[in-house]
Design a protein around this ligand. Sequence first.
Ligand SMILES: [Zn+2]
Length: 465
Amino acid sequence: MKLTIHGAARQVTGSMHLLEVNNYKILIDCGLDYERERHLQSNEDFPFRPSDIDVVILTHAHIDHSGNLPTLIRLGYEGQILSTAPTADLTELLLLDSVSIFMNKANKGRKHGRNRGKANSGSQPLYLQKHVMDTMERFVTIGYNKPFRLTGDVELTFIPAGHLLGAAAAVLKVNDNGQEKTIAFTGDIGRKDYPVLNDPEPLPPVDYLVSEATYGGRYHTKDRTVEQALVETIEKACIKEQGRLIIPAFSIGRTQSLVFALNKIFSSGLLPAVKVFVDSPMAVMATRIFRKYHYLVNDEAQEFYNKQGDEFEFDNLTYVETLKDSRQVSNYFEPCIIISSAGMLEGGRIQDHLFYNIQNYYCTILFIGYCAKGTLGHRLLRGDPIVHIKDRDLAVYATIKQTDVLSAHGDHDDLMGNILSQDKSKLKTVFLVHGETSSMDTLATSIEGAGYKAVVPEKGVDYIL
Ligand SMILES: [Zn+2]
């Protein structure tokens, strides 16, 4: 059996791992590499022939795990894509959104490029809608905890991973020339007690573990719950100051958890009703998918639904779909909460809301997710006094706040807990992926300190297991 980490090696994005068992080639995840995004076309350079891959396993829908699948298919992959059912539905939404982002970039390139007006002067889309449709036809969905035989030698089981609706760790039981071996790929690992989502389930005993390491060496604040953190901010921003609270949030996953937390706050009378706008058509579509797979939400959300009805609806909540209605939100002068995307403030309707509110002393912007360097979100968080939005330099008078209570990744302790639950005499090696080098090094040191073997693999190096 041979393992090669072809993506998310010593970096966060672009997850892509190849496992070969008796010449049967299994690709686990096929994500877009943001670090290469400036040169989008470099995502076409697969280190293998796409037609040589026998099967693809997708751990979850996030674009850094799924976003290069249409390229793989465009370049000749002919097999199936195995995932849970919610992952298939959410992936379709996210891939179509990627196509719109590519098209916008291409159009911008054409407008501003040196060869203005020429068809090829912009950055070319990596794939088109028809490639996304071709990709969706390949999905075969599998339930959680139901072993699925890929070949006579390989069996796949998806274990719930929290993190996002449908997210799973992929556990492969392999017969390697008569020897039984088990290898698990964690995908991304979620947190316990996360609104709407079930806790990650423990993995069965494995011989090899390929683990994410995003929060290696970092710890989430545990002194307050999601609701406590939100109540504190809303009370100050919307009730005491009578202003507006803008929360940039990813439309898929983060927004649904946030809406449920707000629903609990208002329905239990912890705060008087404040108008809430969810301004994102994609969030509306994603919420439909959450309703479709309602049997997968956690007990708290199920109970709420049985007693009080839809956890994604409440009286003072409005979902905004059209652009016209989105503009009307800016004219709403009562205190309110606006939830909009994109989370890092790069594009999307959030830019309009910031444009109109960044100079407003009575506006608070609450960041609930990670903002990569170079994004507007990152500039606001580091305290830039003037920011550039929509071709204008604007002074920042709004209050900028941040909380990690809604981070969808487990922290150092959660990652270690996943490893410590494994039998030391059975688990031979933990391979760390999907993290910055410093996070991986810190996590590797803790793993070694606990008596397990950890490897931070280099991209493209083969490991014979
Ligand atoms: Zn993820």
